[in-house]
Structure formats: structure tokens, C-alpha cells
Write a protein that binds this ligand. Structure first.
Ligand code: HEM
Ligand code: HEM
Length: 194
């Protein structure tokens, strides 16, 4: 069962969710680790290239995931949720989608703005061009510094939102005892709609 139904997620959405969850959280840890090392060490170069390569894969997956979401039904939220909980769930998911796009995009724009002009080689295979940096962001050094801040703040925002998101999933499972978590690990709830 590949597609979503109104009662649950299909295999594609489930695979996207958990692959991206691991990649996004792994990339936050990776970014924090590599920026904590001695920045004058030349052996950092391959580490930065790897961070950028995985990040661009994440950006590609994010676009594919959103496209898949728009050509599929979205499972309905469980009955019995208060209007404010429904709103929080929708805003939370929208925020997570926004960050899945903003993190890699701000990273790409940041390296494009860098006065060092260091090229990005995806897994050493091919070079990815730099993006045009909007003039409104100021000169290269100012734009790079600003985008670095955006990249870092977005990463901490992601951690906070994911903590709330995972807590909500556990609340659904153990307190409300509904199918919310189950339908993100199994396609069985999706089949109830057939
Ligand atoms: C896909 C999701 C991504 C996540 C979750 C992520 C996360 C992070 C984090 C947490 C840091 C450390 C921030 C700090 O403490 O300064 C970082 C640094 C960095 N990221 Fe990413 N990143 C992602 C994608 C990318 C992409 C696509 C690029 C470039 C193509 C990129 C380029 C960089 C660079 C150059 C740094 C070092 C910034 C500095 O020197 O302070 N990142 N990233
Ligand atoms: C770490 C533990 C995580 C758990 C337990 C978890 C659990 C869930 C569950 C149960 C749903 C389904 C909600 C529903 O049916 O209405 C969901 C949806 C979603 N999750 Fe997670 N998640 C986790 C991590 C993440 C991470 C790290 C991200 C993003 C970086 C993320 C992004 C999303 C998005 C965007 C949706 C909405 C899917 C849609 O309906 O379009 N999740 N998650």
C-alpha cells in the first residue's frame, strides 16, 4: 500500500517521514559537531563537504516529499481533538515542513554568499553551482553572517519543535490511545479506508 488514504499513511509517506527524521536530526548533530572543532584544521574540509552533500540530498528529498504530499489525501486527524489541538497539529506540521526546506536552503545560500567562494562537490561527484544572493542581504560577508545565524537558529527551532512533536505523538499513543503514532509506523490503519 503505497499511497495515503483518509485513515492512514502509505508506505511512501512513512518511508519519507522516518528517513527525513533521521537525516534532519543527524544533520543537526553533524553541524554542531563540525563547528565545535578547531576551524583552522584543514582536515575539516571533507567534513564540511559531506555536511553540504547530505544537506542537498535532504533538500531534494524535501521537495519530492512535498510533491508526494500534494498528490495524496492527508489522513484526517483523530476525532475528539479540541480545535486548539487541531490548530497546533496543523501549525506544527507546517513548521516542520518549513524547516525541512529552510535548513538546507539557508545552508546553500550561506555558502553561496561566502567571500571565500568555496565550491560544493556533492559526494565528490559533481559541483553544485552557488545560488544568486539577494542584494538586499548586503555585501557578501554581511549576507554570510546573517545566513549563518538563520541556519543555526533554524536548527535550534527544529529541535524544540521536534521535541513537542514527539511528545504529542506519545500523548496520542499512551493517553488518548488513538491510531496517530501507529499510522506513522504501519500501513494497516490506511487500509481501513479501502
Ligand atoms: C539539511 C539540513 C541541514 C541541517 C539540519 C544543518 C544543520 C547545521 C547545524 C546545526 C550547523 C551548526 C550551526 C552553528 O552552530 O553554527 C550547521 C553548520 C553549517 N552548515 Fe548546515 N545543515 C543542513 C544543511 C546544510 C546545507 C545544504 C549546507 C550547504 C550546502 C550547509 C552548510 C553548512 C555550513 C557551511 C556550516 C558551517 C557554518 C559555520 O561555519 O558556522 N548545511 N548546519
Ligand atoms: C523523533 C520522533 C518523531 C515521532 C515519534 C514522530 C511522529 C509522527 C507522527 C505519529 C506523525 C503523524 C501525525 C498524524 O497522523 O497526524 C508525524 C507526522 C509528521 N512528522 Fe513526525 N515524528 C518524529 C520526528 C519528526 C521529525 C524529526 C520531523 C521533521 C524534521 C517530522 C516531521 C513530520 C511532519 C512534517 C509530519 C506531517 C506529515 C503529514 O501529514 O504531511 N517528524 N510524525
Amino acid at each position: 500500500m503505497l499511497r495515503n488514504t483518509t485513515t492512514g499513511y502509505g508506505l511512501v509517506a512513512i518511508a519519507f517521514h522516518w528517513t527525513m527524521a533521521i537525516l534532519m536530526l543527524g544533520m543537526v548533530a553533524f553541524g554542531l559537531y563540525m563547528t565545535s572543532l578547531d576551524q583552522s584544521d584543514p582536515s575539516l574540509y571533507p567534513l564540511y563537504q559531506l555536511h553540504k552533500s547530505i544537506g542537498l540530498v535532504v533538500l531534494t528529498l524535501a521537495v519530492l516529499r512535498l510533491a508526494w504530499r500534494f498528490v495524496n489525501p492527508s489522513p484526517k486527524l483523530p476525532e475528539g481533538m479540541a480545535p486548539v489541538e487541531r490548530l497546533a497539529a496543523h501549525l506544527g506540521h507546517a513548521g516542520l515542513y518549513g524547516l525541512i526546506l529552510l535548513l538546507p536552503f539557508s545552508g546553500w545560500l550561506m555558502v553561496s554568499a561566502s567571500p571565500w567562494g568555496i565550491p560544493t562537490y556533492v559526494f565528490g561527484l559533481f559541483q553544485v553551482p552557488h545560488l544568486p544572493v539577494p542584494a538586499a542581504l548586503g555585501d557578501k560577508a554581511t549576507a554570510e553572517a546573517l545566513l549563518k545565524q538563520v541556519h543555526e537558529i533554524a536548527a535550534w527551532t527544529l529541535l524544540a519543535l521536534v521535541a513537542a512533536h514527539a511528545a504529542a505523538a506519545l500523548k496520542h499513543h499512551f493517553i488518548a490511545r488513538d491510531d496517530t503514532l501507529r499510522r506513522m509506523v504501519s500501513t494497516a490503519p490506511a487500509r481501513a479506508d479501502i
